[in-house]
Each structure stands twice: as structure tokens, then as C-alpha cells.
Ligand binder design. Structure first.
Ligand code: PSU
Ligand code: MN
Length: 303
């Protein structure tokens, strides 16, 4: 990729040049997923979790029309408070670049930039998917997984979604779903959904072997690595489900549409669970960052 398109943090540039492991982190969860100051704390904690494993974190965002790979603490703090930030999936990049605006990359957006930069592993919370009752509201995250070769470490798809349909779409597009130390697809706030994954891996080396095999085949599909939320942080399933059902009804009644749906539901579920869901969200984000770092290490090691 033309170096002028991507702006690298020097530490990230150096790590990539030396083929040392790097983990990409997204920015929509900072601007649209969590309120200030929790968002800044979590973003910093995720970077720290990656660093503690000996890996370089690269939080990705668009700042004044420049796609930035690896943020300084000042840039991170700016983003955490910024208002006018566009949620960036594939369709949004041309707009935000041309207008020299600020953009927060979603899972889809972060995958695009990670791949341009040569970063193979990316950690997030939950991917987007097919919305309940709206089978045509399919997150751009799924279509990006279909065409961009990055390993996405997540706690499953957000539980506000239709998980069976989300897995169907991934299957259609040829995206392997790996359960990291689990045999069921995790449901974000809870550890299991009752739905099977394609394969269970108990070590990061096993995950790395699947990513390498995909690379050797020349497939351009992403790889989904689903990591259940740690047991101690899990929400009781009925608590999560009750809040989600309530939030979904409200979204329908208020006519919430398009890219507003996910942020609205996450915020309402958090209010309805007295922030318990947010605490769970924070815990799984840190855990995913740590697992992603170990996978990046395994990938960087000689096979
Ligand atoms: N995971 C979280 N919080 C979030 C998101 C993921 O813990 O806010 C964001 C991701 O950026 C994901 C987006 O790509 O929600 C999905 O939005 P949509 O459903 O509009 O595609
Ligand atoms: Mn949508």
C-alpha cells in the first residue's frame, strides 16, 4: 500500500519492518461502543494487554482524513472524547478521507486497514452480524470477513444479534469459525450459545496453523477466532437475554435504523443491567486482546 495513505506510529512501523508480531485494535468501540472515560480506560487496557505479551498494539482510526495505524496516547485521548466521528466500514473510507474527517474503524474497517498494513491478527469485542427480526440488516463485518484475510479474535457475535443466521452467513462466505478452548460459539456476554463452531483449538499454535494453511491456499477469507468471556465475568444468561429483549423492543418502537442500531442496543443493555453488561464487555475486550497477542506471537514464530 502507498505509504502516504497510511500513517504509522513509529513503533508499529518498526515492528512490521522487522516482522515482529503486531495486533490491530479497532476504534468504533471507543467512539460508539462505550462512554467516556470507560472507553479510554479500556482502549489503554487492551493496548497494555497486548504489550504485556511482548507484542506491539496498533489501534486504528482515521484522524483528519489520515488513516492512522497505531495511536499515540494523545491521539487515543482525543478520540475518546471526540464527538463528530464517523463510524467507518468499507463504504465510509472514501467519504471520510475526501472530507478530511475523523473516523472510527469498525471490525470491517479495521480489517481493511490491518490487511493494507500487513497485520495478520486483530482483537475486538463482538463482531457485527445479522440483526434479529431484520434478516437484511447484515453487518458489513460479515462481508469483510468474506474478503479480507485477517484473523479476528472476538467473544462471538454481539448477543443482540441473530446468532444462528450470523453463523449461516459466515458459512456461506467460507469463513472458518474457530472456538478457542470452546466447542460452542460464545454469545458475547455469556460463554455459550448452543451453536457449534467449525473446530475447537486449545492452543494458539493450533490457531496459527489454521491461519497459515489458509495463507498457503491463497484464500482471501478472514478467520474468526471466538474466545468465550472469562467465567468470572460472564452475565447470567437470563439477565442478558431479558435486557436484550427489552432494548430490541425499544429500538423498534423508536425506529432506530442503520448504523445507529448497534450503539443504541449496547447502551440500552448497559443501562438495563445497571452497567453489568458493560463490565462484562470490558472484561472480554481485555481477554481478547491478550489471546490475540499470543496468536500473533505463534504466527510470527517459525512454523
Ligand atoms: N464490539 C464491542 N463494542 C462495539 C463493537 C464491537 O464490544 O461497539 C462495534 C464494532 O466496531 C463492530 C460494530 O464492527 O460494533 C458493528 O456495527 P454494525 O452492527 O452497525 O455493523
Ligand atoms: Mn446494520
Amino acid at each position: 500500500m502507498d505509504i502516504t495513505i497510511l500513517e504509522y506510529h513509529p513503533e508499529v512501523r518498526e515492528a512490521l519492518a522487522q516482522r515482529r508480531p503486531v495486533v490491530a485494535l479497532e476504534s468504533t468501540l471507543i467512539t460508539h461502543g462505550l462512554p467516556y472515560p470507560v472507553n479510554l480506560e479500556v482502549a489503554s487496557a487492551m493496548e497494555k494487554a497486548v504489550r504485556d505479551a511482548g507484542v506491539v498494539p496498533a489501534t486504528i482510526a482515521v484522524l483528519q482524513g489520515r488513516i492512522t495505524v497505531g495511536l499515540t496516547p494523545d491521539q487515543l485521548a482525543y478520540l475518546a472524547r471526540a464527538r463528530d466521528v464517523r463510524k467507518c466500514s468499507r463504504r465510509d473510507f472514501p467519504i471520510v478521507l475526501a472530507r478530511k474527517g475523523d473516523g472510527a474503524t469498525t471490525v470491517a474497517g479495521t480489517m481493511i486497514v490491518a490487511h493494507m498494513a500487513g497485520i495478520r491478527v486483530f482483537a475486538t469485542g463482538g463482531i457485527g452480524g445479522v440483526h434479529r427480526g431484520h434478516p437484511f440488516d447484515v453487518s458489513a463485518d460479515l462481508l469483510e470477513l468474506a474478503q479480507t484475510p485477517v484473523a479476528v479474535v472476538c467473544a462471538g457475535a454481539k448477543a443482540i444479534l441473530d446468532l444462528p443466521l450470523t453463523l449461516e452467513v459466515l458459512e456461506t462466505h467460507g469463513v472458518p469459525v474457530i472456538g478457542y478452548r470452546c466447542s460452542e460459539f460464545p454469545a458475547f456476554y455469556t460463554r455459550s450459545s448452543g451453536l457449534p463452531v467449525d473446530v475447537r483449538c486449545d492452543t494458539c499454535e493450533e490457531v496459527a496453523a489454521i491461519v497459515r494453511a489458509r495463507e498457503a491456499l491463497g484464500f482471501h477469507t478472514g478467520t474468526l477466532v471466538a474466545v468465550p468471556i472469562p467465567e468470572k465475568d460472564e452475565l447470567p444468561a437470563p439477565v442478558a437475554e431479558k435486557a436484550i429483549a427489552h432494548a430490541l423492543q425499544e429500538a423498534e418502537a423508536r425506529g432506530v435504523r442503520g448504523k445507529e442500531v448497534t450503539p443504541f442496543l449496547l447502551a440500552r443493555v448497559s443501562e438495563l443491567t445497571h452497567a453489568e453488561s458493560r463490565t462484562a464487555n470490558v472484561a472480554l475486550l481485555e481477554n481478547n486482546a491478550r489471546v490475540a497477542a499470543h496468536i500473533a506471537m505463534a504466527l510470527a514464530a517459525p512454523a
